[in-house]
Ligand binder design. Structure first.
Ligand SMILES: *Cc1c(COP(=O)(O)O)cnc(C)c1O
Length: 360
């Protein structure tokens, strides 16, 4: 067996300990005589798995009692519609557009009501987070929407926007559990789990209880109503049972590592190794303003397309894989999520140094 350092933006690297445990339990989960994949989601054994996963997540994020945790399908993208369908009572919402995922959410919301772009960083190819201290938010806006970490462009909000008292809704797909958050500042925090938590195909929605109502837009399907899933403890229909099981293992892994304070420390350390190198390199350059840099997704370029391609090719051959930048941005991107060990980032920087010397 040979494992690579996988810098994929998602689906992405998972902790090796978690993969090994899942492998050990594949044929017989704790004496049940079957795999979790083969188990009824209504069984007693599975009930233990989903309840424990939720309890561990609540502990990790310190989620207040007046928030529900939902394990839903449809990925993060399904939330682009589900949020306006459930929250747009006045059919008005403010969107801050800091990249492609925020833009997709904004465009989807326009189907359901008056989604207003109150700020954008499109003018400089999303290389920064706009000033959000005094935005033109309508007094009757139902919520303010952000994408907190921009997976493609590599920017992250260091302070949350001033929502002028409106409910904050945040897509945290690519920074989920990377550092502590104050859940009480949000109405909804949600993210696809395939970036920083588990296998693809699920979204976790943390939602304040008062936002879960029957008063949704006319025509909203039962499956796209938060109340359906909140009332049923995410078991209205068959959930992504195996994914929830793996996520639960990652929550335990995070707890054993020391929780989110410790992850923040480790993530800062890892990102610093890469950013420090980029800041002094004559060949490689980061693409976003320093103060808005993400700890999770680090895009960089040489400024020469052929050199970029050569780098990606040689890095792949050296076991440093999935470094090609997003198709819309070009260059390279290293995603260094929780499960990427410090050794992986050190190996990447050592390889970049060598490449720079050889191609100077
Ligand atoms: C990957 C990603 C999405 C889309 O996730 P899906 O689960 O594929 O729908 C949405 N938002 C952000 C910030 C992402 O990184």
């Amino acid at each position: 067996m040979s494992r690579v350092y996988n810098f994929s933006a998602g689906p992405a690297v998972l902790p090796e300990e978690v993969l090994k445990e899942a492998a050990d339990e594949m044929l017989d989960y704790k004496g049940s005589g079957m795999s979790v994949m083969e188990m009824s989601h209504r069984s007693k054994v599975y009930d233990g798995i989903i309840k424990e996963a939720e309890a561990d997540l609540r502990e990790l994020m310190n989620i207040p009692d007046n928030y529900k945790v939902l394990f839903l399908q449809g990925g993060a993208s399904q939330q682009f519609a589900m949020i306006p369908m459930n929250l747009m009572k006045n059919r008005k919402a403010a969107y801050i557009v800091t990249g492609q995922w925020a833009k997709k959410a904004y465009q989807e919301a326009k189907i359901y009501g008056d989604a207003v772009e109150v700020a954008s960083s499109a003018d400089k190819t999303f290389s920064y987070i706009p000033d959000c201290s005094d935005l033109p938010i309508s007094p009757d806006a139902d919520y303010v929407y952000i994408c907190e970490n921009n997976t493609i462009y590599g920017t992250k909000y260091k302070t949350l926007p001033n929502t002028k008292g409106k409910t904050l809704v945040a897509d945290v797909s690519s920074c989920f559990l990377s550092e502590p958050v104050d859940v009480s500042k949000y109405g909804i925090i949600y993210g696809g789990v395939q970036k920083n938590i588990g296998p693809a195909g699920m979204v976790i929605v943390i939602i304040r209880e008062d936002l879960i109502t029957e008063d949704v837009l006319p025509g909203t399907p039962t499956m796209l109503t938060y109340k359906t899933h909140a009332d049923a403890g995410s078991l209205y229909n068959t959930p992504n049972a195996y994914c929830i099981y793996v996520c639960g293992k990652v929550f335990k892994w995070l707890k054993a590592m020391g929780g989110l304070e410790e992850m923040k420390k480790r993530n800062e350390e890892k990102a610093k190794i890469l950013y420090d190198y980029l800041d002094q390199s004559k060949m490689f350059h980061g693409t976003v303003v320093a103060e808005d840099r993400s700890l999770m997704n680090v895009p960089f370029v040489t400024g020469d397309k052929d050199m970029d391609a050569k780098f990606v090719k040689e890095a792949t051959a050296a076991g440093l894989v999935n470094l090609k930048g997003h198709r819309t941005v070009g260059g390279m991107r290293a995603s260094i999520y929780n499960a990427m060990p410090k050794e992986g980032v050190e190996a990447l920087v050592a390889f970049m140094k060598k490449f720079e010397e050889e191609n100077a």
